[in-house]
Design a protein around this ligand. Structure first.
Ligand code: 6OD
Length: 464
């Protein structure tokens, strides 16, 4: 499916711009050609979004919510095709794609239809005065999507942006254009008004043309901290709002009172899901000294059993492998893994667990984004919290304990936007989602998403 992918502008497919190859990470073979949007193509997409904006914004919220439900229905009708394209682009396991990535697309649209309908509205009365707030859409939003959860994250941003009355220009990652191309088909199938959703493909330069465009009123982005700060600079002169979910170096804290079976299984999941290529994945595991050896032995044994998902590209595989070299140079001990998977033409690296490195090592401070973690013992609870908080990042953390008081005490001291206790990546789409420190700016999720994708105007009236 989709040997050639063209831009989606104003409801039409636009096959312009030099095509670039997209590869299957399982085989390393080319599977698609995708057109690169240059500045002119991006300009046309933004103009199409601007032309569609007034009529879309003028629709009653209930009608936009009905469109969200039609998009969800359209996704469910093309479920198997979406699973196939997403797997072809990423090498994800079938089970995960069928139970997480694609269902979340439909759930994102359905949830935000509900959340928007229930958005609270404030009115304050003083003697002789009434103050209340109305919300307007930002206008045209640039939606810049990463390659790790392409469909899940694209729809996570699209749903609230659209229901709040914005039109959008989406820029998927050059590595994972397939599910966006299928979403364009779904938009046509359900008859979404042309120009409400526009999609342009390309590398970083295309994203640059998009976020710099004077017709863009806000940018939502999930990806690296470096790209986030580049986007911030690009919009700084026009003072446009940004919502960023950026890098992580997430810690798991395993206490001696943890249910060990659960903690081992949960940590394997949090380290190795999606080949470690989720911003929420654990890369630093701190284990109370009394259970360290047993936990390390069981985690290393379990690592041999996890699903091996390829890295997204040859370039990313080489980056992950370079951290293994670094760990060797820095004096780390490999409990398991430490190299590429021999005999594979795809972009595979071994699930890898390292111990014995200083906290200040690059391996322990930089986001690697692969199937890899570092294990270190701790003694008192305070040390665990201190170690977890020693990172420049603050996206997610995981606490494994059966102590109720400890669970709350530790969770509340962790410098992270998201803390999971005795679980990982369990989501309620109504809750705020995002990170602190270098892990991002702003929160999406629930009404926080609607707040980002709209501007309030406060109206104050003298009543006498
Ligand atoms: O589940 C979500 O809503 C979400 N925003 C996940 C982000 C994962 C980043 O890699």
């Amino acid at each position: 499916m989709f040997e050639q992918i063209a831009h989606f502008i104003g409801g039409e497919l636009v096959a312009e711009g030099t095509p670039f190859p997209a590869y299957d990470p399982v085989t390393g073979k080319q599977i698609r050609e995708v057109h690169v949007a240059d500045r002119d193509v991006v300009d046309r997409a933004v103009r199409a979004a601007r032309a569609a904006a007034p009529a879309w914004a003028a629709l009653p919220m209930a009608e936009r919510a009905a469109w969200m439900r039609r998009l969800a229905d359209g996704i469910e009708a093309r479920f198997d095709d979406l699973v196939d394209v997403e797997i072809a682009d990423t090498g994800k396991p079938v089970e995960q794609t069928r139970t997480l990535d694609i269902p979340r697309g439909a759930a994102n649209f359905r949830s935000f239809a509900e959340i928007a309908a229930q958005r609270p509205s404030n009115a304050f009365h003083l003697p002789g005065v009434l103050s209340y707030t109305v919300h307007r859409p930002l206008g045209v939003v640039a939606v810049v999507v990463p390659w790790n959860l392409p469909f899940l994250l694209m729809t996570w941003k699209l749903a609230p942006a659209l229901v709040a009355g914005n039109t959008v220009v989406v820029k998927p990652s050059e590595n994972t254009p397939g599910s966006a191309a299928l979403l364009a088909e779904i938009c046509r199938e359900i008859g979404l008004p042309p120009g409400v959703v526009n999609i342009v493909y390309g590398y970083g330069a295309t994203g640059g043309h998009l976020v710099e465009h004077p017709g863009i009123d806000g940018v939502t982005f999930t990806g690296s901290t470096r790209t986030g700060s580049t986007i911030m600079r690009a919009v700084a002169d026009r003072v446009k709002p940004v919502s960023f979910e950026l890098g992580g170096k997430n810690a798991a804290l395993v206490f001696e009172d943890a249910d060990l079976d659960k903690a081992v299984a949960g940590t394997l999941r949090s380290v190795f899901t999606n080949g470690g290529q989720v911003c929420l994945c654990t890369e630093r595991v701190y284990v109370q000294r009394s259970i360290f050896d047993e936990f390390a032995r069981r985690l290393a044994a379990g690592a041999g059993e996890v699903y091996r998902q390829p890295m997204i590209s040859a370039e990313h595989r080489d980056k992950v492998l370079s951290y293994f070299d670094l760990a060797r140079e820095e004096g780390g001990e490999f409990l398991t893994g430490g190299g590429a998977v021999a005999g594979e033409s795809g972009y595979y690296v071994e699930p890898t667990i390292v111990t014995g490195l200083p906290e200040s090592s690059r391996f322990n401070t930089e986001e690697i984004f692969g199937p890899v973690c570092h294990l270190r013992p701790f003694d008192p609870e305070d040390e665990a919290v201190e170690l977890a908080n020693s990172s420049q990042y603050g996206l997610a953390a995981t606490v494994w304990t059966t102590g109720l008081g400890r669970a709350h005490r530790v969770a509340q001291r962790l410098e992270a936007g998201l803390v999971w206790v005795n679980t990982w990546y369990l989501r309620d789409l109504r809750t705020p989602f995002g990170g602190v420190k270098l892990s991002g700016i702003g929160r999406e999720g629930g009404t926080q998403s609607l707040d980002f994708y709209s501007e309030p105007t406060t109206i104050t009236m003298e009543l006498t």
